[in-house]
Design a protein. Structure first.
Length: 168
């Protein structure tokens, strides 16, 4: 997955609308389903937990289906890109201890994966206005650059491929 610059304003606007839409759909859909089921199948004990739970489950599945169906729509471009980038970075993070150990030994693939992780994290943090941890990331990037220079490696996030994680 290539790192690309996306329009922060458009991303935030679309993400907020998607979140609000999903929240409203969950509230309205689950209430409508559960109230309909309660009206059709009343319980003398007054406990309708199972109907409420079913309403939430059915609505959640419907929202997931709709999000998956429209993930290719132009409106969802930035939202889906960030979601997929977070998944890619999470795969690297799960292997970070092994990657750092191999990187200290000069493994070019490990150093490239770490570099990609830092570059992707920087992009995400800028989109989310999470600038508090940027100084810490800059320190880690400087350490990585020192190790890469020690082994005469040039790291470019464009060269990263998720397949290299398989060996770690």
């Amino acid at each position: 997955m290539q790192l690309i610059q996306i329009d922060k304003t458009r991303y935030r606007k679309h993400l907020n609308r998607v979140i609000i839409g999903c929240g409203l759909a969950l509230a309205v859909g689950s209430l409508a389903i559960s109230q309909t089921l309660i009206a059709l199948f009343p319980d003398e004990s007054g406990s309708h937990f199972h109907w409420n739970l079913l309403g939430v489950i059915v609505t959640s599945i419907s929202i997931g289906w709709a999000l998956n169906k429209y993930r290719g729509h132009d409106y969802m471009t930035e939202v889906v890109y960030v979601w997929e980038l977070k998944q890619a970075l999470n795969k690297i993070t799960r292997k970070m201890a092994k990657l750092k150990a191999a990187g200290r030994e000069g493994d070019a693939d490990a150093l490239l994966a770490i570099h990609y992780s830092y570059a992707g994290s920087r992009l995400l943090w800028q989109l989310d206005d999470n600038t508090i941890t940027m100084d810490e990331l800059a320190i880690k990037q400087a350490e990585l650059d020192t190790v890469a220079a020690k082994y005469n490696l040039t790291l470019d996030a464009k060269e990263y491929n998720e397949a290299i994680l398989a060996k770690f």
